[in-house]
Design a protein around this ligand. Sequence first.
Ligand SMILES: Cc1ncc(C[n+]2csc(CCOP(=O)(O)OP(=O)(O)O)c2C)c(N)n1
Length: 280
Amino acid sequence: MSGGNTLLIQRTRDELINRIENKVKEMRKYIIEMASVEKTVHLGSSMSVVEILATIWFGAMKPRKCDEAPTEHDWLILSKGHAVPAFYALLASAGLIPKHWVRTIRDIASPLQGHPDDTLACVDAPTGSLAQGFSFATGVAKGLKMLKSERRVYVVLGDGELDEGEVWEAASTAAALRLDNLTAVVDWNGFQLDGETHKVKNKGDLIGKWKSFGWHVIVVDDGHDVSQLLDALEESKKIKGMPTVILAKTVRGKGVPSIEGTKQQRISPSEAKHLLENLE
Ligand SMILES: Cc1ncc(C[n+]2csc(CCOP(=O)(O)OP(=O)(O)O)c2C)c(N)n1
């Protein structure tokens, strides 16, 4: 490859990273805005997954519309459905829902409910009961293979979610079916509702577990680093004959100092308002 080409590729990549980082900033504001009007949103869980969702959507998936046939787009399934504010923020920053909708979150009449609901365009699967989104993703990946579609499935899980037996049932099925069109990303923030994941139920050797289930494993040391995530997602597309899991180390509550790196999910509406006023 000529030096000029390498430079061009580097510049295109830098521009992409820059674009995603700008989306990330915008998404964080929307999430805090949601927390300022509705204190029950899972703020910590949403803030930890922002870069993961933005990098999948803007950096790995083929640009998509929301009204395409299921075989004609890559899928994104948020198996940790309680973090849906991050997904709504993604849709708002992509211009796929009106921005003012974020202030209606969880209102009984709002299209933005507390968990993903596929009556909303661009929600590929209704989730919320942990692990079910992952099983669903496995089924979709198998379906796409049967239809000889080139499309991929991305599914995002929490590390606490891995306590669900159903996750491992689906993991062994995906490996047995050699679903190399499936990329799972684990938002490895070290916390679940009751506290630190290793104290609630020791997860042991997570890397070894996924490997022994027949998955290609990639560890991302900083799951808030868009460049590292992009590399991992690119690598997952090249793996043949087995599904890939990306274990991305993140910080729960990233960007909200009072709850960062804790199990806390909520801040007061006034703290949210204050944060919003001071965000860049
Ligand atoms: C089957 C099931 N059991 C319990 C819950 C309640 N619940 C919602 S969030 C959560 C913790 C999830 O932790 P983790 O997967 O680590 O995600 P994080 O919030 O850290 O992003 C639980 C137990 C649920 N949604 N589904």
